[in-house]
Design a protein. Structure first.
Length: 293
């Protein structure tokens, strides 16, 4: 009986010791697991802070990281565009005008003017406009101005007011029928005016202060000299767009424009008025366009 009690007591002691030993071992393992988890978490945070890309796996629900190989470009400041300073054009402004066209030579004349950057005003006749409509288009498309010289080149002083108005409106209406814009500037044939016309015609009259008389002399040197002697800012130069003077005028322009365009800028009558801030008055005649006109 005593042996049985001792055996039971020994077995109970072993069980108690074993139970205690197992409990200690379990607690120790739990602490190590917590420490391991904390370590993983800290390492993961460190890697994410060093430009790593976290990837979540759907199968294991664990977080893995992949080192990024992309090199981000360095930021650059936007470039600020600076406008080039516009060089001021200090040339004096003048107007070159051509009467009696258009003609079969108009297109060649326009080519010469364009080659030198010259803008002109063409005072056209209605009768010639109907014969050379393409020439009107050439004038307009090249940026030159189309103005009115009447319909039949009849002196206005020999016509009634109604007839003069008809000469003007017939020409304007035909130009407009081509889809081309003309100005309301009028140059009376031969420059003939009287008080009756000035009081009754509702358009400004544009005359000239440099008459080359190209139609009369057909002399290249004389035409050149007339222009060179009297050219000044605001002046209006008279030449013609006709077969009679075409060849000599082309020669004159090719010889004087390279020199003159260094000192003068050739513009249309309307541009000249804009430059000097002049509003043309109906019935008034202008021989030049300047601030004191």
């Amino acid at each position: 009986m005593l042996k049985i009690k001792n055996l039971v007591l020994r077995i109970g002691t072993i069980l108690i010791v074993s139970s205690t030993s197992v409990g200690c071992s379990f607690e120790k393992k739990t602490d190590e697991t917590k420490h391991f988890d904390i370590k993983i978490e800290q390492e993961t945070k460190n890697e994410m802070n060093t430009n790593s890309s976290p990837v979540i796996s759907s199968e294991s629900s664990t977080i893995t990281t992949h080192e990024s190989t992309e090199v981000l470009p360095s930021p650059t400041l936007p470039s600020i565009a600076t406008e080039e300073p516009v060089e001021e054009d200090n040339r004096g402004l003048v107007a070159l005008t051509f009467d009696d066209g258009p003609s079969k030579y108009t297109e060649e004349l326009v080519e010469v003017l364009d080659s030198y950057g010259v803008k002109s005003t063409f005072f056209v006749l209605g009768c010639n406009s109907e014969n050379y409509p393409d020439a009107l288009t050439t004038i307009s498309d090249s940026g030159h101005e189309i103005a009115i010289h009447g319909d039949t080149h009849t002196s206005f002083t020999k016509l009634s007011i109604d007839q003069v108005n008809q000469e003007i409106t017939n020409t304007m209406d035909y130009i407009a029928s081509l889809g081309i814009e003309s100005s309301c500037l009028v140059r009376p044939p031969y420059g003939s005016l009287n008080d009756t016309l000035k009081e009754n015609i509702e358009y400004p009259f544009i005359l000239w202060n440099i008459d080359t008389e190209d139609w009369k002399t057909k002399d290249k040197e004389q035409i050149k000299q007339e222009i060179l002697d009297y050219i000044e800012p605001g002046c209006i130069i008279l030449m013609h767009d006709t077969s009679a003077v075409h060849e000599v005028d082309i020669e004159v322009l090719n010889e004087i424009l390279p020199e003159l365009t260094e000192e003068y800028k050739f513009v249309t009558i309307s541009e000249l008025c804009d430059h000097y801030n002049i509003e043309l008055e109906k019935g008034k005649a202008y021989r030049k366009i300047k601030s004191d006109s």
